[in-house]
Design a protein around this ligand. Sequence first.
Ligand code: ADP
Ligand code: MG
Ligand code: MG
Length: 256
Amino acid sequence: MSVIEIKDLHASVETNEGRKQILKGVNLTINSNETHAIMGPNGSGKSTLAYTLAGHPKYEVDSGEVLLDGVDILTMTPDERAQAGLFLAMQYPVEVPGVPMTNFLRTAKTAVDGEAPAIRQWTKDLTAAMKNLRMDPKFATRSVNEGFSGGEKKRAEVLQLELLKPKFAILDETDSGLDVDALRIVSEGVNRAKANTGLGIMMVTHYTRILKYIKPDIVHVFADGHIVETAGPELADYLEENGYDKYLPEGATESA
Ligand code: ADP
Ligand code: MG
Ligand code: MG
């Protein structure tokens, strides 16, 4: 059993108009085997929370702490956070020309585990995981994300998730740009990772669509840089019907 605790987290970013505070006191605890949905209007700071947890250099922590099994991760580099068991799937995955998927995955696995995986088992696991995600074996030799469609990028990320076996995964808009078939395949991958390893999941999403495939235990509404409401899965049903208007400043509506 592992636990990640986010305590009164404040973070900001340097913009053209100066420093802008985006996270304004985030409190959240996620245990192994729990799926938390973080839902909220566009621009509320959901991706900023994901990037801040992953250690993206653009996002500066002003105060608060994030503990993974009692250990402060905010002083760690992104690599060290990954070694500690944190995994981030970004809303916009980066392309890495010239680096084939197989090399990338094996290097990542070696870095996270602190030793290279035994080659035969690794090849078996990789082949099985790609088959589960209905990925063409040719993907193994292609450069990371280069020329991948939106759906292929998401599959490649879930492939990483299944092979790296982190303790906690942060999924940022994993449903964006996926057709129904791809959404189902990607969701099955996340569900497999949870069933196999007891993964804890923080699933950031604007829409309720993915929650039909990856069932949240707890739903949080995120608005203006912090969590404003927490409830069970029924809260997602409320949002599906009513949107986020209730959580926006007086008179504002979602521009979608
Ligand atoms: P969400 O993911 O909920 O849509 P974001 O975290 O992407 O929200 O953005 C929250 C706010 O912070 C937005 O107003 C956005 O424009 C601003 N922001 C986020 N990252 C940056 C950045 N790197 N530079 C300038 N502004 C940013
Ligand atoms: Mg957004
Ligand atoms: Mg976002």
